[in-house]
Ligand binder design. Sequence first.
Ligand code: HEC
Ligand code: HEC
Ligand code: HEC
Ligand code: HEC
Ligand code: HEC
Length: 174
Amino acid sequence: MRKMVKQNSKLFIVASAAIVLVVIVWVVLGSHRNITQPISYNHKIHIEEAELTCVDCHLYVETMPTATIPNIEICQDCHSDEPMSDSPEEVKLLKYIEEGEKIPWQRIYAVPNHVYFSHRRHVTIGEIACSNCHGNVEELTEPPSYPLWLPTMENCISCHKEHKVTYDCLACHR
Ligand code: HEC
Ligand code: HEC
Ligand code: HEC
Ligand code: HEC
Ligand code: HEC
């Protein structure tokens, strides 16, 4: 009887250790979660070759809180029928367009719902360049797999202090 209790408690310790390990690995991997997009979109080519600017695709970045990520409605202005390149990524895009199916882009930059962030306020009124928060997107030949800048409370407040902008709790949490 005693022996069994001992064995059980040994088993319990081993099992707990395994669970703790799994949780640690999950948390560590989770915080460095590498995001893979459905199409390997190339910012550099579209800015240099197609001569587009950020607001041509991120339509609301100057006028609204959210910039938005473009989908097939915008891509099909140029991409329809015949491919313009020999890239297999463009073949994938043409399939989405042909089937009228949305490209399931994943968000990389996001703040929780309890935080208010406005692109218009920063980009248009504050005249802050995209690169301050998103790095040199125009040089990207593939989608970023992780945020180049983290929109944490600490990072928001440190720039507000630098620019002598309010950091009252209710400015960001309303
Ligand atoms: C032809 C359209 C197009 C243009 C022009 C464009 N983008 Fe994008 N952008 C996209 C697409 C598509 C994605 C989603 C795939 C990806 O992450 O690369 C994206 C993603 C992003 C993201 C990541 C958003 C997130 O949270 O996942 C940022 C930041 C961004 N673009 C900034 C810019 C900036 C800055 C410019 C101008 C220098 C720009 N973009 C020009 C199409 C465009
Ligand atoms: C204003 C026209 C225009 C728009 C709008 C546009 N593209 Fe393109 N795209 C081009 C041109 C031009 C090329 C060919 C560039 C080259 O190969 O020289 C291209 C090439 C591509 C390629 C293949 C080349 C590579 O390196 O990956 C993909 C994939 C692509 N575009 C995705 C998109 C997506 C996704 C959208 C919408 C979010 C989009 N494009 C919107 C003009 C456009
Ligand atoms: C002061 C920092 C800052 C600047 C400057 C900034 N962004 Fe953002 N961006 C963010 C934050 C924070 C988010 C996440 C917002 C959210 O979750 O609502 C974001 C999200 C995005 C997204 C994802 C979709 C969306 O609407 O949330 C895109 C695309 C984007 N930004 C593009 C741009 C472009 C293009 C510019 C320049 C014209 C720009 N950003 C300037 C901080 C910034
Ligand atoms: C690169 C610097 C910078 C970063 C990073 C930044 N901000 Fe700001 N923010 C500013 C500036 C500058 C203004 C003032 C713009 C103006 O009105 O002239 C501002 C204004 C604001 C306002 C309006 C404040 C008011 O007066 O009511 C809010 C809300 C805000 N930011 C939220 C955020 C959040 C949330 C983040 C992080 C996700 C963030 N900001 C990151 C520079 C920054
Ligand atoms: C300039 C914008 C800004 C200001 C000012 C600000 N916060 Fe935040 N806060 C954020 C952002 C962005 C997040 C989400 C990201 C994170 O958790 O770091 C956040 C997250 C939080 C959270 C949730 C933390 C969690 O672990 O989920 C609490 C609680 C909070 N803030 C309280 C406050 C209080 C209290 C103040 C005033 C002393 C304040 N905040 C001022 C931007 C701000």
